[in-house]
Design a binder for this molecule. Structure first.
Ligand code: ADP
Ligand code: MG
Length: 340
């Protein structure tokens, strides 16, 4: 029997391999594997369904992640996938694998965070599963959502000349993680130290408590704009632009000087000697929305404060970054590959 290592395929290669072995058998299944959420035809509306799992030691480190934030984040990242279809999240189920390190009070804390998120995003916890775990804490959330059929935004609808927009700012969550990791190293070297995260609270907050941009779905609806394509930025701008471009069969040109990066992110980037552009492109975990709109819709969104146009889609398939110097660099997906 042949043996292929997982990292020979990578996460996306593995998903493609799984997908290729299945055929859709129900006419209600509009979209299966391959977008931010599955799409199911409910007659007058589409039902959206998505799931995301957080594993201790892979996605979070309990030495610096408060359980309450973890619960919140587990819900937020799922709601983000519904927002990425231009949908409204409605229900969640939560499955947890508990190691013997977790007390009842710790479970309470996790569910406090889940409850906050349920209130913020107006979703209902309607079920789940509970098991013991021998390899640390596991939280798996499944979310449902709804979207009007004429408002759904897939990853594959972008057309040449559409304007590419991003919400919020990029790269902050990556530096939040770098700061937490640095504090952890310092703490292990000297347990008496008092962490000073005061002036970095913005960055650390973006890492520990990301927000799903459900608000943008409402803003776009109010502005009367349906994105031609949309994806949420979980792995990093580079990886997500490549998903949008490849699945839409177009290219993209983005501009370095248009990327929304906060001053504190810039400052911290130089402190860590890491390019803020690299962090924005490949850092991941920003959970902002990346979407394309028709040029004729630009007037309707141009005054919305938290949406930044960063480039446009192109006829030829290249995905490129125009540097401040005017030179062009090709964008490669690095993203977070948890399998490597
Ligand atoms: P996202 O980053 O938006 O959560 P992923 O990259 O995790 O999306 O997944 C991409 C697509 O692959 C989604 O449609 C997801 O449902 C599907 N997928 C991921 N893992 C599996 C799996 N083990 N089996 C079947 N489908 C999967
Ligand atoms: Mg997604």
């Amino acid at each position: 029997m042949e043996r292929t290592e997982l990292n020979a395929l990578g996460e996306f290669g593995l998903i493609d391999r799984i997908k290729s072995k299945f055929t859709i058998q129900n006419t209600e299944t509009v979209t299966g594997i391959g977008d931010d959420a599955a799409v199911i035809d409910m007659g007058n509306q589409y039902l959206l369904l998505s799931t995301d799992m957080l594993l201790e030691g892979v996605h979070f480190d309990l030495s610096y992640v408060p359980l309450r934030h973890l619960g919140y984040k587990a819900v937020a990242v799922n709601v983000s996938d519904i927002a990425a279809m231009n949908g409204i999240a409605k229900q969640i189920t939560v499955s947890i694998g508990l190691s013997n390190r977790i007390s009842v009070e710790a479970v309470d804390e996790i569910y406090e965070g889940i409850r906050f998120a349920c209130e913020d995003y107006k979703v209902d916890l309607i079920g789940g599963d509970t098991s013991s775990s021998r390899s640390g804490l596991v939280i798996s959330v499944t979310v449902t959502g709804v979207v009007d059929k004429n408002k759904i935004a897939y990853r594959n609808g972008a057309k040449a000349n559409d304007i590419l927009c991003v919400t919020g700012d990029l790269g902050a969550a990556y530096f939040g993680l770098q700061i937490l990791e640095r504090e952890k190293q310092e703490y292990m070297a000297n347990p008496n130290m008092q962490p000073n995260l005061e002036d970095k609270s913005f960055l650390v907050g973006k890492q520990l408590k990301p927000e799903a941009r459900a608000d943008i779905v409402h803003e776009l609806a109010e502005a009367g704009v349906v994105p031609t394509a949309m994806i949420d930025i979980s792995d990093g701008l580079a990886s997500e632009i490549i998903h949008l471009s490849t699945q839409s069969g177009v290219g993209a040109l983005i501009f370095e000087d248009k990327l929304p990066i906060e001053d504190i992110t810039m400052l911290t980037a130089s402190e860590f000697n890491i390019s803020p552009i690299t962090a924005a492109l490949n850092g991941g975990e920003d959970y902002q929305l990346l979407f394309t709109i028709k040029q004729t819709d630009f007037e309707k969104i141009k005054n919305l404060s938290d949406i930044t146009p960063i480039g446009y889609m192109t006829e030829d398939k290249a995905v490129e970054l125009v540097l401040k110097s005017g030179a062009k660099a090709s964008i490669k997906a690095q993203g977070w590959n948890h399998l490597q």
